[in-house]
Design a protein around this ligand. Structure first.
Ligand code: SAH
Ligand code: SF4
Ligand code: F3S
Length: 439
């Protein structure tokens, strides 16, 4: 065992998507086996690890501004180790060290299990896509996690090659983790007090695997997980519309543990743009899919991602996106201005005028926030489940997440984190709800 006082301190900063959040936890655990403990204070760290995102230019550039800010610390303490992980590490590799010599090691998302050895060896660059599964070589999720909700990556990588997107290059080909590993990790989490699991993957609903009774799709996996006693809520993200198979839609109809919430990125409402993006479905196909999902689970909340100003986008295309948003009615959605990414098919295409793209983004965001407000206000009077996560701001108050992921404040002096309760929603505030305990 490591002597606590002698433990080295690891500071991790995570950018980007939930998969990076999960990976950061797993890397922390791998480094824990090497005697490192996590710190929230970068200035006392023996090692700083930046787990990066490459999805848009701004996301990638954050790495370089953060590295710039680390220069004085490294000058003061030359033995401080600085590591870059994640999707920028994969995309730029050794270039990062050329641009920023203070970086000791660069490790791509599929090589995390080799991080401890790299640290022991003093650094290096590893952006291989190894044949072995990194998850098989990482320690099991640590007992120190106390939060009642956890992430579990079940699928990685992407074979869809949307024309704007770096993920197929930074994360590699689609890989599904085996059923047995997923079930074991889920049981492990539940044994440690977790009551809600969010299944993660870049195309999580494309997951498939070999169950004891043959080939399983993602809906079958959800039903198997729902059989775990003590696991009360299941969520998943992110899904591609073309992988919304019947068994998954059926799971939404039949499985009460599967939360009535679906993040289903559409990116655009224009068929011309969807084709140019290589999304492989039309706006109408998306709308018909939504009809089927809503028929199976009428109270489902839908959320999405949009890109505005994709090369070639006209006012007419933009109007089609607004029409689609009007027709669906989203609970909330992310919208981004298109960012050309090196190495992607759309990189060299003529860009939309930046001011026009900004104006379209504003218009779309205004519509989406009206819908978000309406959806949230529509919760008032409803009875929802709330999984308490921590004490609220006021004495006796708890805060947790509703079935729809809204933060809900409830007066519940007897309750503790991890309690799953029924609540009647009484008020809607800009970023949260308030409710009262039922029964
Ligand atoms: N796998 C998911 C999400 C991938 S990235 C999916 O298929 O939808 C998350 C979101 O970032 C995307 O849905 C998209 O809206 C946005 N995004 C990806 N590349 C982008 C780019 N080059 N410029 C702007 N937004 C981008
Ligand atoms: Fe990127 Fe498209 Fe794959 Fe999503 S489906 S990760 S947007 S390439
Ligand atoms: Fe970013 Fe990589 Fe996730 S590019 S969004 S961290 S998969």
């Amino acid at each position: 065992m490591t002597d606590k006082t002698a433990a080295k301190k690891l500071f991790i900063k995570t950018y980007g998507c939930q998969m990076n959040v999960y990976d950061s936890q797993r890397m922390a655990e791998a480094m824990g086996a090497e005697g490192y403990v996590l710190t929230e204070d970068q200035s006392e760290a023996d090692m700083v690890l930046l787990n990066t995102c490459h999805i848009r230019e701004k996301a990638a550039e954050k790495l370089y501004s953060d590295l710039g800010r680390l220069k004085p610390l490294k000058a003061e303490r030359p033995d401080l180790k600085i590591g870059v992980a994640g999707c920028v590490a994969q995309a730029e590799g050794a270039e990062i060290q050329r641009r920023m010599p203070l970086v000791d090691l660069v490790v791509g998302p599929q090589a995390y299990h080799r991080l401890p050895a790299m640290v022991r060896n003093g650094g290096g660059v590893d952006t291989e896509f190894p044949v072995e599964d990194k998850f098989d070589h990482l320690p099991r999720p640590a007992a120190t996690r106390r939060a009642p909700a956890a992430f579990l990556t079940v699928q990685e990588g992407c074979d869809k090659f949307c024309a704007f997107c770096v993920v197929p290059y930074t994360r590699g080909a689609e890989v599904s983790r085996p059923v047995s590993r997923i079930m074991a990790e889920a049981r492990d989490l539940v044994a440690r007090g977790v009551r809600e699991i969010t299944l993660l993957g870049q195309n999580v609903n494309g997951w498939h695997g070999q169950g004891e009774d043959g080939e399983w799709g993602f809906g079958r996996l959800i039903r198997a997980l729902a059989g775990i006693h003590g696991l009360d809520r299941i969520r998943y993200t992110t899904s591609h519309p073309n992988d919304m198979a019947d068994d998954l839609i059926e799971a939404h109809r039949l499985e009460p543990k599967l939360m009535p919430y679906l993040h289903l990125p559409v990116q655009s409402g224009s068929d011309r743009i969807l084709r140019a993006m290589n999304r492989k479905h039309t706006a109408d196909e998306y709308l018909r899919l939504i009809d089927r999902i809503r028929a199976a689970r009428p109270d489902i909340m839908l959320t999405s991602d949009f890109i505005v100003g994709f090369p070639g986008e006209t006012d007419e295309d933009h109007a089609a996106t607004l029409r689609l948003v009007e027709e669906v009615g989203f609970g909330t959605a992310f919208s981004f201005k298109y960012s050309p990414r090196p190495g992607t098919p759309a990189y060299d295409r003529a860009e939309v005028d930046s001011d026009i793209a900004d104006a379209r983004l504003q218009e779309l965001q205004a519509l989406l926030s009206r819908q978000q407000k309406a959806a949230q206000e529509g919760m008032v009077g409803r009875e929802l489940g709330v999984l308490f996560e921590k004490p609220g701001r006021l004495p006796g108050q708890m805060v947790g997440k509703s079935d729809y992921l809204h933060a809900v404040f409830v007066d519940a002096p007897q309750a503790k984190p991890g309690d799953l309760v029924r609540v009647r929603i009484t008020h809607s505030a800009p970023n949260s709800l308030a409710g009262e305990l039922l029964g």
